[in-house]
Ligand binder design. Structure first.
Ligand code: CA
Length: 258
């Protein structure tokens, strides 16, 4: 299937307006674009670079994985339909390795693949853009996601809030309103990890490594058991902690704008 520049939203006036944009605060971030359609790849690259982003590219899934290792990008724009290894598989692999488990991913999908979109989000893409798309809208989504993540990483204060729940790191206390809630060390660790990464899919392996440590020999079922106990003690989390099919858990981001 051929996709022309027009179909992905490139019009002369759009291009001009984008060229006039000043450099933004998100400059110098490195974006990896994985896309097998040369036209779209070049267009996305052009628009991101006009906004001050650095870009690296790959045209297959396995090349994309290699580029992640070699280039350590800040975010990936990942096409779903790729030859050999598709975007879902790339996403799944990145999420299951601790070093790349939290790497921001925006997936490019086609309308006809809407069920894949849902699967994509479940496998841990942070956002998705449906083809045909306007490159400008994609750039806006890239910026929004980076902003959202910057906010949560600046969030390295001594305590976290989630609705009426407060987690105080210095006092090692969790409270619901003014009522202190007694958590075990592991439950506390799980909650802290979820609060640090709202809206991100955290795999059981990643949670296990972060809280139990690499030398722990238990199974990933342990994570499920502790999540269940955490939800029992803080019923508010029953809906807020979402189970992500076959992968892990995600705390719904209540502050997100994407
Ligand atoms: Ca494709």
């Amino acid at each position: 299937m051929h996709t022309t520049a027009f179909e992905v939203g490139l019009t002369p006036s759009l291009l001009l307006r984008t060229l006039e944009h000043p450099m933004s605060a998100t400059s110098h971030k490195k974006i990896l674009i994985v896309e097998d359609e040369q036209d779209i790849l070049q267009l996305v690259k052009l628009y991101l670079e006009k906004e001050g982003f650095r870009t690296v590219t790959a045209m297959t899934g396995s090349e994309g994985l290699k580029q992640v290792k070699a280039e350590n990008p800040d975010l990936i724009v990942l096409d779903l339909m790729l030859p050999e290894m598709d975007g879902l598989e790339v996403c799944k692999r990145l999420r299951s390795i601790p070093e790349t488990a939290l790497l921001p991913i925006i997936m490019l999908t086609a309308k006809a693949e809407e069920s894949d979109t849902v699967i994509g989000l479940e496998l841990g893409a942070d956002d998705y853009v449906t083809k045909p798309f306007s490159p400008k809208a994609l750039v806006a989504r890239v910026k929004a996601l980076l902003r959202r993540l910057e906010r949560s990483s600046n969030n390295s204060a001594s305590h976290y809030r989630y609705g009426p729940i407060t987690l105080d790191l210095t006092r090692h206390e969790v409270s619901l309103g003014k009522q202190e809630v007694s958590l075990t060390a592991k439950e506390f660790g799980l909650l802290e990890h979820l609060l640090r990464h709202p809206g991100r899919v955290l795999t059981r392996d990643v949670l296990l490594n972060a809280i139990w440590g690499y030398d722990y020999y238990g199974t990933t079922r342990t994570v499920d058991v502790h999540i269940r106990r955490l939800k029992q003690k803080l019923p508010l989390l029953e809906e807020a902690i979402v189970s992500v099919k076959s992968l892990g858990y995600k705390l719904k981001d209540v502050t997100g704008d994407a």
